[in-house]
Design a protein around this ligand. Structure first.
Ligand code: GDP
Ligand code: GDP
Length: 444
């Protein structure tokens, strides 16, 4: 799972500026989860091959009055810190220490989370002298950076990532071959906003299946994972709902955790995205769907509570899925009722199919032959001076499958042509429920 870095500090020290630096413009704010997170922002970052999630705690209501600003800040800070693995505590090198800095420092020291003290706006300062006062915070060495000028960012990040506890090897990356075997375990995440019926569905499943074992979470950050079997296949259910065992059943705890949802999606092979027929497709659904797409995971869509809507509403919801989630067109869609146990059987077939598609191995000769047939059927249009020349194709990755096409003048192959090729490859390799990435490599 990607480690989580929280940016905390009082308003105006430059947290948002640093957030944008760490996430880059492309990945900034992966999901705004309207209404769920209010003033916290989540973004994806990368340093070399190391990926992480950043939480920014900026964005306070400026007119909420002094007392409530502080209250809100404390709340945002606490929540972000609770969800993180390492904290970057930002102070303002120019403004110097304030009483609020002391308060935040006290809080962080008591928690004992790995914390990196960073003095922002330090461009052009004779550092040694001016930064001495920050040692008072009792958090050790202070790291000077300039978010606005991009100075010191990389070494700050390296330092923060070095403070992480060593990751346990869960085999998540090494099991691609193993995952192809028919007896491989399919890691499944059930995602969706609160109240769509995740716990209901999971309890129905687990009530029907032999429960092999389950882990009780020690802390809120440990995900529950439940192994079970169905039709002779092994599954591992990854907790996204924030499920807790209550007596004999699982129940969603009231707080939706964005970080947990993001992490579960990324550690899954297949994500089942649940929607609620009675609510239609909301902004939150679209945000979660967007994140799933970005993660490259295989997806199956299910509209739950089908029992509770009439024919008119059914048509509405289906149209909404088509319009608002058009970017998940590759995902099979199921209409179900977890409560009435309707439509659940076919879900398994789609999940297994999506898994197999995500893990599909495609040989270079086969890909190349398909490419040549496609080009013979419909040549890529000329762009500028030259007509793109496609020579051969090979598989560049799995989960999601990546097809790399080599040739000349491939820089400007139009999107419609890419989609045409995607359609042909999907059909030939029977790829359902997984994104398919196509990359062009021009050799010179
Ligand atoms: P936040 O409230 O902590 O998220 O702070 P912002 O990122 O919104 O920044 C607050 C102000 O500080 C803005 O006017 C920024 O332009 C400015 N700022 C941010 N980083 C730097 C920096 O490295 N140097 C200087 N001089 N100003 C900065
Ligand atoms: P979660 O927050 O996503 O885990 O949602 P829950 O499983 O707690 O369900 C939220 C509410 O929707 C509960 O009142 C469920 O009884 C109800 N619900 C779940 N599935 C269905 C369904 O298929 N049909 C109907 N009508 N209600 C459902």
């Amino acid at each position: 799972m990607k480690p989580v870095i929280a940016l905390v500090g009082r308003p105006n020290v430059g947290k948002s500026t640093l957030f944008n630096r760490l996430t880059g413009t492309r990945d900034a704010i992966v999901a705004d989860f309207a209404g769920l997170t209010r003033d916290r922002h989540y973004g994806n970052g990368r340093a070399g091959s190391r990926e992480f999630i950043v939480i920014d705690t900026g964005g306070f209501e400026p007119d909420a009055g002094e007392g409530s600003i502080y209250r809100e800040m404390a709340k945002q800070t606490r929540q972000a810190v609770a969800e993180s693995d390492v904290v970057i505590f930002v102070v303002d090198a120019r403004a110097g220490l304030s009483a609020q800095d002391h308060e935040i420092a006290n809080y962080l020291r008591r928690l004992g989370k790995p914390t990196l003290l960073v003095a922002n706006k330090a461009e052009g300062m004779t550092q040694g002298l001016q930064l001495v006062e920050f040692f008072e915070l009792g958090l050790g060495e202070v790291f000077p950076v300039s978010g606005a000028h991009g100075q010191g960012i990389r070494s700050m990040l390296d330092k923060a990532l070095d403070m992480l506890p060593l990751p346990e090897d869960d085999g998540a990356d090494g099991d691609l071959d193993e995952a192809q075997a028919p007896d491989a375990t399919i890691r499944l995440a059930v995602a969706g906003r609160p109240n769509v019926g995740k716990s209901t569905l999971i309890n129905v499943w687990l009530g029907e299946e032999r429960l092999v074992a389950f882990d009780m979470p020690g802390t809120t950050r440990d995900a529950i994972s439940v192994p079970f079997e169905r039709n002779g296949r092994k599954f591992e259910l990854i907790d996204t709902a924030g499920l807790r065992r209550k007596g004999r059943v699982f129940e969603a705890i009231e707080k939706f955790s964005v970080v947990k949802t993001l992490q579960a999606i990324e550690s899954a092979h297949v994500v089942l995205l649940l929607l609620d027929a009675t609510q239609g497709v909301t902004d939150q659904d679209a945000h979660i769907a967007g994140y799933i797409l970005e993660s490259g995971r295989a997806v199956v869509l299910a509209i739950n509570k089908w029992d509770a809507v009439d024919a008119y509403q059914r048509e509405q919801v289906e149209r909404q899925v088509e319009n608002r989630l058009s970017f998940l067109k590759f995902a099979p869609l199921h209409l179900i009722s977890a409560r009435k146990r309707q439509g659940l059987g076919p879900l398994w077939k789609s999940i297994a199919q999506a898994h197999a598609s995500a893990m599909r191995k495609m040989s270079t000769p086969m890909l190349t032959r398909l490419l040549q047939e496609s080009v013979a059927f419909q040549a890529p249009p000329k762009t500028g001076m030259y007509r793109p020349k496609m020579r051969y194709a090979h598989q560049g990755g799995m989960n999601p499958p990546v097809i790399v096409i080599h040739g000349n003048s491939l820089e400007n192959v139009p999107e419609v042509y890419r989609r045409f090729l995607e359609g042909r490859f999907r059909k030939a390799f029977d790829l359902v429920g997984t994104p398919l990435r196509i990359e062009f490599k021009t050799s010179h």
